[in-house]
Design a protein around this ligand. Structure first.
Ligand code: ZN
Length: 500
């Protein structure tokens, strides 16, 4: 058997000003995306979709071709040249012929010209190879379209957020496809969506309602469905089909697929209000964090969550208002990861460790889609540490892969240690602090630009988490951005009495 495995993965925040060019999909942020046999050694055994697909393909003894592995941190619409480069690699491999395609997609890719990046890829593949079986692994934040379902053979989506089952998801999709080829299993899919945009901050699978929804989906799989996926969707995409959807694959049982799909959609609709995020003013949250930190405790740091500016939702990672409020309220003993500001990093590098500097931090990237703008924050401090910003991920999400923060500096402003980085990433692994000589468990406060994924590595070591409504293009306040293309009415932008 000859299997083509490829990745084209991007969660597009259509409100983000961060450019999604080919370099962003490339290792180290320059050159072209990875391809070829060398990729196997990078991903084999890692907690990733590529890791899961490789395990299935290698277990079958198949010949494996890897035309491209292109994943980028979430950001603005994908530039056409980048999309065309990546898609052409996969389409060419499909045209050259193979017995199966294993695709590691995201499901929320938007390009400058196409709002359904994954559907467009599948349309192009089907033009050159109408019949090849295709397995698709999707992120829970997929915004599903007809062609993603109609043109693939089987789809499986994550059941966890934070995403700690990427390997298992791809393994499931790949195994179903192999069973289709070798044992005659006949995946039959039904999909549908609800007119609802669940808030990201309410989508975590530690919490209700999503925990129960995903548990039910997994139960359906144990009871005989091939793959049951409930996508909470990615709301920061102003496209027609953004929002919650379900796809169910059964073994040649279309009625069961429809029945299970409807059960999940109906339950999600009943739960819609629990997916709404309740806001607290920033000053109130920071004051609350300060009070919590003032209480003597040996149960670990208080975690201040700057969740409006999360890289893994397309944030610029350079807004400064939560940091400004922390400094203004005099919170001390803080380790903060971090601010994306390559210019500041260069300045700190040229100053050298131990030097005293005054530097404007962040606030460099205009955010035209947002009603408020970030400003640089001038701070004075001492350069504490300089590193290349690379460390090996050791948590359940991406274990074994390298995290690359780019050239990194730590600037100490009083007892607030600010990590200043040169590549976008979401701080989810305590290794980000340890790589710059900071032991996170010993600090009174940790501050992270993250939303839900921080839970994988930080939830257990923090005694309290205070969510702070900062500033950024992944704002949890929908009134700060304009939705013009999403289908209406849609909850909670509109009040809807009945779903249909
Ligand atoms: Zn996701």
């Amino acid at each position: 058997m000859h299997i083509v495995i490829a990745q084209m993965s991007h969660e597009t925040n259509t409100f983000s000003p961060v450019v999604s060019d080919l370099a962003r999909f490339s290792p180290g942020g320059s050159g072209n995306p990875m391809e070829g046999d060398a990729v196997k050694d990078v991903f084999r055994g890692t907690a990733s979709c590529m890791g899961g697909y490789l395990a299935v393909a290698e277990a079958t003894g198949a010949d494996i071709t890897i035309p491209v592995v292109a994943g980028a941190p979430p950001s603005g619409p994908v530039e056409d040249h980048a999309y065309e480069y990546i898609a052409a690699k996969i389409v060419q491999a499909a045209a050259d012929g193979c017995d199966a395609l294993f695709l590691d997609l995201h499901g929320a890719m938007v390009t400058r010209t196409v709002e359904d990046g994954e559907g467009e890829l599948l349309r192009c593949i089907r033009q050159v190879n109408p019949d090849v079986p295709i397995a698709v692994a999707l992120d829970m934040h997929a915004n599903l379209y007809d062609d993603i379902v109609g043109l693939s053979t089987v789809i499986a989506g994550y059941h966890t957020y934070p995403h700690i089952d990427m390997y298992e998801t791809a393994e499931l999709a790949g195994r179903i496809l192999v069973d289709h080829i070798q044992k005659g299993v006949m995946p039959t899919m039904a999909w549908g969506n609800n007119p609802m945009l669940p808030h990201i901050m309410r989508q975590g699978t530690d919490d209700l309602p999503n925990r129960a929804l995903q548990e039910r989906a997994m139960e359906m799989e144990r009871e005989g469905a091939l793959a049951v996926s409930l996508f909470t969707g990615f709301p920061h995409a102003d496209i027609s089909q953004a929002g919650l959807s379900v796809v169910v694959a059964t073994d040649n049982d279309p009625d069961l697929a429809v029945k299970l799909r409807d059960e999940l959609l109906d339950q999600a609709w009943i739960d819609r209000e629990r997916f709404v995020y309740r806001l607290e003013p920033l000053e109130v949250s920071v004051t609350r964090a300060k009070q919590l930190g003032d209480q003597p405790s040996s149960d670990g740091p208080v975690l201040i969550l700057d969740h409006y500016d999360n890289t893994a939702s397309g944030g610029t990672m350079d807004t400064t208002n939560v940091l400004a409020e922390v400094l203004k309220q005099g919170i001390d003993d803080v380790a903060f990861c971090g601010i994306f500001d390559p210019e500041a990093v260069e300045c700190l590098y040229s100053s050298g460790v131990g030097s005293e500097v005054t530097v404007p931090l962040g606030g460099r990237l205009p955010m035209p889609a947002l009603r408020r703008q970030s400003r640089p924050l001038e701070v004075s401090g001492r350069v504490k540490c300089l590193t290349d910003g690379r460390f090996e991920t050791s948590i359940a999400m991406g274990r074994g892969l390298m995290t690359d923060m780019g050239k990194t500096a730590v600037l100490s402003v009083g007892s607030v240690d600010i990590m200043v980085i040169s590549r976008h990433f979401e701080p989810v692994d305590p290794g980000c602090f340890r790589s710059v000589g900071i032991e996170p468990t010993e600090r009174r406060f940790l501050m992270l630009k993250s939303r839900i994924h921080y839970r994988v590595g930080f939830r257990d070591l923090a005694r309290e988490v205070v969510e702070c409504a900062g500033l950024g293009v992944c704002t949890s306040d929908y009134s700060e951005i304009s939705f013009e293309n999403v289908r209406r009415p849609i909850y909670p932008l509109d009040e809807i009495k009945m779903r249909n």
